[in-house]
Ligand binder design. Structure first.
Ligand code: GTP
Length: 306
């Protein structure tokens, strides 16, 4: 635990909130909104968040550690199992389990097992109905009632992570539920994601955004080298791993145009986040079984599962 050197040590509060929910519920968007800064990537495609990320939100004297998890779904492949294991693993030892529900989709059969699983958890729970900006009020109230009865949470919130509606109230209430404890991180730290990892995630987000119809989930990004230069800029070398030769042509594009576009958007975003000039070098590598490679699991923060 790090010494935060803040004056009023004895009145500090700090606790862990595990954010769980179905893929696409808006968990990453919500964590970014609570932290007030982008720490997790977002995409309209489900299952974007692969590893466990921690966002650190500050509310007065309270540090709220928000563990953003991969969406919980019924896993089939090893990679999927690793994602779901990471999600539940992060709920262990949490002070609060927060179930985020996409209110606009309602109580679908897909999330019923998740609701049951959350109801059975021993930690205190809250329900967060997200996407209220696109949910009719009557549906919202009916859903709130059903979920309240099923889970019996400490509290239920209605928010829009994208418009920010209800987010400040949610943050204050979460802070009120955190136990008295010294802060676990320095005041200015917003996440436990390393710059290397974030850089890989930003490139992966661009691949998603630009190619999700042609290349769903078939790519991983590894930061091979991350170098801070004397002139204050950062040079980042990354490998884009794809499963098949045919996908290489898609990622590279005509005369390299697609790769250039992925690189230039990722570079612009990284340079904004890191606050310096970024040189980004992307290499595409065909690695037929990248999702069976232990090193890649480590790099993106997932545990290897059997
Ligand atoms: N209209 C609306 N859209 C939202 C809101 N919150 C999130 N979204 C959108 O929902 C989609 C999924 O958001 P994410 O934050 O990536 O969802 P997630 O739950 O982290 O998804 P996984 O990574 O798959 O687990 C994105 O297109 C978001 O822009 C909201 O409050 N209102």
């Amino acid at each position: 635990m790090k010494d935060t050197n803040t004056p009023s040590e004895n009145t500090q509060h700090c606790g862990l909130v595990a954010i769980v929910g179905a893929p696409n519920a808006g968990k990453s968007t919500l964590v970014n909104a609570l932290v007030g800064q982008k720490i997790a990537i977002i995409s309209p495609k489900a299952q974007t968040t692969r590893a466990r990320l921690m966002g650190i939100a500050l509310q007065d004297q309270t540090q709220i550690l928000l563990v953003d998890t991969p969406g919980i779904f019924t896993p089939k492949k090893r990679f999927d199992r690793a994602m779901v294991a990471a999600a539940w693993g992060s709920a262990e030892g949490a002070n609060l389990v927060a179930l985020v529900v996409d209110a606009s989709s309602g109580l679908t059969r897909r999330i019923e097992p998740l609701v049951e699983a959350v109801a059975a958890r021993k930690e205190p729970k809250v329900i967060i109905l997200n996407k209220v900006d696109i949910t009719p009020k009557a549906e919202l109230l009916a859903l709130a009632q059903k979920l309240y009865e099923a889970i019996k949470p400490e509290a239920l919130f209605m928010v829009s992570a994208t418009t920010g509606d209800g987010v400040a109230d949610l943050k204050r209430s979460l802070a009120d539920m955190m136990p008295e404890s010294p802060w676990h991180f320095p005041e200015d730290q917003v996440s436990d994601v390393t710059d290397r990892m974030l850089a890989a995630e930003i490139t992966r987000e661009q691949i998603f955004l630009q190619l999700h119809d042609e290349l769903p989930y078939a790519a991983a990004v590894e930061t091979e080298k991350y170098e801070e230069r004397k002139d204050g800029s950062v040079a980042i070398h990354q490998q884009i791993l794809i499963a098949r030769d045919s996908q290489k042509a898609i990622v590279v594009g005509h005369h390299g145009a697609r790769l250039k576009e992925i690189g230039s958007k990722a570079r612009a975003e990284l340079s904004q986040i890191l606050g310096c000039k970024v040189h980004l070098f992307l290499h595409v590598k065909v690695s037929p079984r990248w999702d069976e490679d232990r090193d890649i699991y480590n790099e993106i923060g997932l545990e290897w599962v059997r």
